[in-house]
Design a protein around this ligand. Structure first.
Ligand code: PGA
Length: 247
């Protein structure tokens, strides 16, 4: 059985004040995995503050290498050292705004697992790719690069987030049936390599999820939770989204 998971991707947003609001007012009941991905500078505050509660903290990015003369970079080992347990890799903003290639995404996925972080691999097609009928092949390609570098067994300790680029930050959530269809496709694609791993791998949906759209999305059979951007910065809204998943 796949445990439901709801993750907050704060992107380059947030502040100490927002961290304090979450620490004071936000909790999760243990029936789902809740992961917060704040900017690096705020990870320690949240890790220490949530130490007694069942809330995990992850990092939004890691370097592909472990240490050395790489000014400005942070390694997966450092993230683990500070208490983080998850790492986002392949987010479309990293791919598109920072030029991360499929190859670099694969290296970062490996770096996370080598250090002991669970990677959350983001995949998703652009609007053009969807309109050209290429959504499934694009997503399959993004997963295949990782499969070819690490093998299907590595997905036993990874999460996939399907985030159609056209739905991120646009207010245009994918319809539940549209998202479900891609999630089922992703699971079928993994099944070709290993049915058990495919059955157990969590596939989250991301792209303009909010408290009004979450329940319908999470009710779909292959949607195991969400990766939430804009709506995750306000603890009441994020708590409502977490409550929308019940399995
Ligand atoms: P959004 O972002 O919820 O603001 O669309 C989701 C994401 O990019 O992870």
């Amino acid at each position: 059985m796949r445990a439901p998971m709801v993750a907050a991707n704060w992107k380059m947003n947030g502040s100490k004040a927002i961290c304090r609001e979450f620490l004071q007012h936000f909790d999760a009941d243990g029936s789902l995995d809740v992961v917060l991905f704040p900017p690096f500078l705020y990870t320690s505050i949240l890790i220490e503050g949530f130490a007694e509660r069942s809330i995990s903290v992850g990092v939004q990015n890691v370097s592909n290498v472990s240490s050395g003369a790489y000014t400005g970079e942070i390694s997966a080992e450092m993230a683990v050292d500070s208490g983080a347990t998850y790492g986002l890799v392949g987010h479309s903003e990293r791919r598109n705004l920072f030029g991360e290639s499929d190859g670099l995404v694969a290296e970062k996925f490996i770096a996370c697992q080598r250090a002991g972080l669970t990677p959350v691999l983001c995949v998703g097609e652009s609007l053009d790719e969807r309109q050209e009928g290429r959504a499934e092949s694009v997503v399959a390609g993004q997963i295949d690069v990782i499969l070819k570098s690490v093998g299907i067994k590595a997905f036993a300790n990874a999460v996939i987030a399907y985030e159609p680029v056209w739905a991120i930050g646009t207010g245009e959530t994918a319809r539940p049936d549209q998202a479900q269809s891609m999630h089922a496709f992703i699971r079928a694609f993994l099944t070709k390599s290993d049915a058990t791993t495919a059955k157990n791998t969590r596939v989250l949906y991301g792209g303009s999820v909010n408290a009004n759209t979450a329940a319908e999305l999470f009710a779909e059979g292959d949607i195991d939770g969400g990766l939430v951007g804009g709506a995750s910065l306000e603890f009441k809204e994020f708590a409502k989204i977490c409550r929308a998943i019940s399995r």
